[in-house]
Structures are given as structure tokens and as C-alpha cells.
Write a protein that binds this ligand. Structure first.
Ligand SMILES: *Cc1c(COP(=O)(O)O)cnc(C)c1O
Length: 492
């Protein structure tokens, strides 16, 4: 009997041809192609078949399978919906972390977006000089601007800062020694490690000093005739408190010049201009670094990211002495690390905002500089909007404006806190409050436009500092979706 039922169920599965002729399969075929739809239906059917075969002696379970048509339709359409939606999609960043690497770091300024739009769908002067009708260089579109803003003699852009460090080291130190402080052998993100990048570049790493203290004499003693570079690395995402002694860039630059070496500094975030923040004063800008390191006979370069504090697209910049940059420009690796036209368009437009002194219209700079009053006004507005949205629902007992601790992120100022405001959602009491907050945060993340919030003291916190135009409405829509699913949440 048991076996017979299974056989009957398996037999009741419609033929693939019939499934492909259903209205839903035809609709998906129009956007994904019949073959893809066929594969996905097969996946759904295979799953159902194995469930039928493995179901134990409970005939009630099997009774559910009698309507195999409906079951296949619902499983397959769920899979098809999943596969036909983009996975790279817009989210609302309510986390309060401005340069959030997982969320795409810097949102671009309108000017940069417009530039991408103007260039991406057309032919362009990417590597063409209309005056001569001959080949031009793609780097030329941003080099002058970078020099103008940072005071560098020359500049070169590549895919990202990791590539900039790799290329700069490969071009200046292959087969030779690079001296770096033991306290600066950092790991950034989960994959950029200074010792590994050095070894990739073909240079030999000589680490000097201790984790918390490196003296100029440590560098001096380590210099041999095979030394090519003195490297300084911004510790970015970490900081040592207590007794710390690092060698200044001025001392290092002077020593490099005296010994005919290159002084290279990986600045990481690359603050292009000074920001009006108390703690931004202890991070010198790119211009300051280049200026401090300049000495008549010396050659120095800095590397930094385009999508961290600079607020542009993903790009890596190498800026500094012309002789060194020229050498780097001739290196074969550059071809493999070159920058795409959309990125260049966005970067050029972003740099022009700096040139015009309009950096506040760059989203990340605007977010860092956002005043408390403006943030409080936004939080109050959002709070009112959300209260209206969940009016009459017993699910939330408190929705209120709270103070928040926001962060710059992206490895910049890891221990500095930006004081801001947000809206706190407190779910009505249950046995497991923290599960409630987590469930709510998870529901907000799975809204049509996902909302990324934080959790504090069993409340979900929506930080307003990182919200962009239109995000408040999207949060309200997301919360509405959550409330629609309220039955599900109640069961948690
Ligand atoms: C972020 C960072 C990098 C890596 O830059 P990407 O642009 O992410 O490649 C390298 N060095 C430092 C010091 C950094 O902060």
C-alpha cells in the first residue's frame, strides 16, 4: 500500500512539456528563457520526488502530495522568483556606518552619477585625443585634477588601493628590500595583508621595531645596498593605546632622501581635504602628507582609495614624485589593473567637486559633517512617519527618537564616535525580547528594499545619519511590510 501510494504520487507529476506550457512557466520563459525555466522546474520536481520517496509511513503526509500540480507550481514559482530578481540591489543603510564596505562603501554624488550616465552608453574620449585624432591616455582624465587638489607632481589610478600598493611596490622594489615597521603589518578587510602584498609584489619585507614602537634608527640600521623602499602604512582599522612610538613621515622621508630610497606611504582612506571635525585633525590630508614628505632630493609616493573618505567610486590612486610615477606607469602590471570608463567618469566628476570646493555635496562628506540639529530633525520626522505607519498595531510598544553612536567606517578613525540620532523600535514584551529585536531586524532586511538597522538593548535602531534622499519613505514601506507579516512574527 505504502509503495503503491508513492508510485501513484510520482505518476501524478505532470510531464515537463505540460509544466512548461502552464501560464506561469510561459511568463518566466519570456524573461529567463525556456531552458532556464526547464532547469528550475526540474530542480523543484526533483526535490518533491525525493520528499515523496523519503516520507515515512505517515499516509497523512502523503495525502498532501496528491495535489502535485499545485505543489510543483508553488515550489517552482518561488524558485523562479528568487532567480529572476537581481541580487545586487539597493538597500537602505540605517546602520550609522558611513563607509560600509559590505554595503558598497561610498554612495556617489549626483554629479558623478550624471557623468557615468553620460559616458557609459556612448562612445567616448577614453583613450582618444580628438585634437590629433590619435591615441590618448585614460589616466590623463584625472591626473591633472589629482595633482591640482593634492599638490602631487604626478598621479596614476588603478582598480583599487590594494592594486595601487601592489603596483607601486612591484614597480619600485621587485627583488629588493622594503623596510616597514612591525607595528604597521596590518590586515585590512579580510584579505589585504601588508606582508602578503609585499611578497606578491616580489619585494622582500624587512620588518623593524616592535608592535608599539619603531624608531628612525631601526630603519637606518636595516638599510642595506639592496634596500629600495621605506614603507609607512596607515594602521586604518586598528589602534594601539598606551605607549606608542611611530616614526614621523618627515623623518622617514628625510632618511629615504639621504639614502636614495623611495618613501612610500599607504594612506588607506585618503582624506583629500581637511574636514571640519575635531578628530579629523589628527589624520592629515593627502596634501599634508605629500607636503610633509617632500624634500628636494627625495622621491615619495602615497597610495589611497577612491571610495573611502574621498567619497568617489572604487579606485586606487598613486600620487607623488613624477620620476617614480613615470616608472610605475611603464610597468606591465598596470594593464591588468586599469580602470574602467564608468569609474573614471565618476571619479573625474567627484574630483571636480573638490576643485570647486563643493565637497559637502559628496554624500559621505555630507554625512560626516551633518549637524546634530539636522540629524535630530530627520529622526523626529522619521519617528512620526513610522508611528503613523504602525498606528493601531499592538506590535510595537515604544517608537522613539534616541541618541546614537555612528561611525565613519572603512577603516577610518576606528575608535572615534560620531554622535547622532535615530529612531528606536521596541517590540511589545515577550519572553524572549532579544529574539524579537533580531527577528524584527531580519524582517526589515528582507523587505522589498532591505533596511539595514542595528540592535541595541533589545531595540532595533534606525540611524538617520546614513540615510539618503527617499530612504525615510522606504523605511516606512519596509515597516509596513513587516507589519503585514505580523502574524508570522507573532509566532516567533
Ligand atoms: C582600505 C585600505 C586598503 C585597501 O584599499 P582598497 O581600496 O579596499 O583596495 C589598503 N591599505 C589601507 C591602509 C587601507 O585602509
Amino acid at each position: 500500500m505504502q509503495k503503491e501510494l508513492s508510485v501513484a504520487l510520482l505518476r501524478s507529476i505532470p510531464a515537463m512539456e505540460d509544466l512548461l506550457n502552464t501560464a506561469w512557466a510561459k511568463e518566466f520563459s519570456a524573461s529567463m528563457g525556456r531552458n532556464t525555466v526547464k532547469q528550475i522546474i526540474t530542480e523543484a520536481v526533483t526535490g518533491i520526488k525525493s520528499e515523496i520517496l523519503s516520507a515515512n509511513n505517515n499516509d497523512n503526509d502523503k495525502a498532501d502530495y496528491v495535489a502535485t500540480n499545485d505543489l510543483i507550481a508553488s515550489r517552482a514559482t518561488a524558485l523562479l522568483h528568487l532567480k529572476s530578481a537581481s541580487t545586487l540591489k539597493y538597500v537602505v543603510n540605517a546602520s550609522g556606518v558611513i563607509i560600509h564596505t559590505n554595503l558598497g562603501r561610498s554612495p556617489l554624488a549626483d554629479e558623478a552619477l550624471q557623468a557615468v550616465y553620460n559616458i557609459a552608453g556612448k562612445y567616448s574620449t577614453l583613450e582618444y585625443d580628438p585634437k590629433t585624432g590619435e591615441r590618448g591616455g585614460r589616466n590623463a582624465h584625472v591626473e591633472w585634477l589629482l595633482c591640482q587638489i593634492s599638490g602631487a607632481e604626478a598621479a596614476l589610478v588603478v582598480n583599487n588601493n590594494a592594486a595601487a600598493v601592489l603596483l607601486a611596490l612591484s614597480a619600485t622594489a621587485v627583488g629588493r628590500e622594503v623596510i616597514v615597521s612591525a607595528g604597521e603589518l596590518v590586515e585590512i578587510g579580510d584579505s589585504f595583508r601588508i606582508p602578503e602584498i609585499l611578497s606578491f609584489s616580489g619585494a622582500k619585507m624587512i620588518s623593524v621595531g616592535c608592535t608599539n614602537s619603531t624608531h628612525i634608527d631601526d630603519y637606518r640600521k636595516a638599510i642595506t645596498e639592496n634596500t629600495a623602499v621605506l614603507l609607512k602604512v596607515h594602521p586604518s582599522n586598528y589602534r594601539i593605546d598606551g605607549f606608542v612610538k611611530y616614526t614621523s613621515r618627515k623623518e622617514l622621508a628625510e632618511l629615504a632622501a639621504e639614502c636614495g630610497l623611495v618613501f612610500m606611504e599607504d594612506l588607506g582612506s585618503g582624506l583629500l581635504c581637511r574636514l571640519d571635525l575635531p578628530f579629523a585633525n589628527h589624520t592629515p590630508s593627502v596634501r599634508d602628507c605629500l607636503h610633509e614628505a617632500v624634500s628636494k632630493s627625495g622621491s615619495n609616493v602615497v597610495t589611497f582609495s577612491g571610495d573611502k573618505l574621498l567619497g568617489g567610486p572604487q579606485i586606487g590612486v598613486i600620487a607623488g614624485s613624477k620620476t617614480i610615477i613615470d616608472k610605475i606607469k611603464r610597468h606591465q602590471l598596470l594593464r591588468a589593473l586599469r580602470v574602467d570608463k564608468m569609474t573614471l567618469a565618476a571619479f573625474e566628476a567627484t574630483l571636480r567637486l573638490y576643485l570647486a570646493g563643493k565637497q559637502t555635496s559628496i554624500p559621505v562628506i555630507g554625512m560626516i559633517e551633518a549637524g546634530k540639529k539636522m540629524l535630530l530633525d530627520t529622526a523626529r520626522r522619521l519617528c512620526r512617519m513610522l508611528k503613523r505607519e504602525v498606528k493601531d498595531l499592538p506590535f510595537f510598544d515604544v517608537i522613539e527618537v534616541v541618541e546614537t553612536e555612528d561611525a565613519i567606517g572603512g577603516g577610518s578613525f576606528p575608535t572615534d564616535v560620531l554622535h547622532g540620532y535615530g529612531v528606536s523600535l521596541h517590540c511589545a514584551a515577550t519572553e524572549n525580547q532579544s529574539l524579537r529585536a533580531q527577528a524584527l531586524a531580519a524582517q526589515l532586511r528582507s523587505a522589498v528594499v532591505p533596511v539595514i538597522a542595528t540592535i541595541r538593548n533589545d531595540c532595533v535602531i534606525l540611524h538617520v545619519r546614513t540615510l539618503l534622499t527617499g530612504d525615510e519613505k522606504l523605511i516606512a514601506a519596509g515597516l509596513k511590510e513587516v507589519c503585514t507579516n505580523i502574524g508570522d512574527l507573532r509566532r516567533l
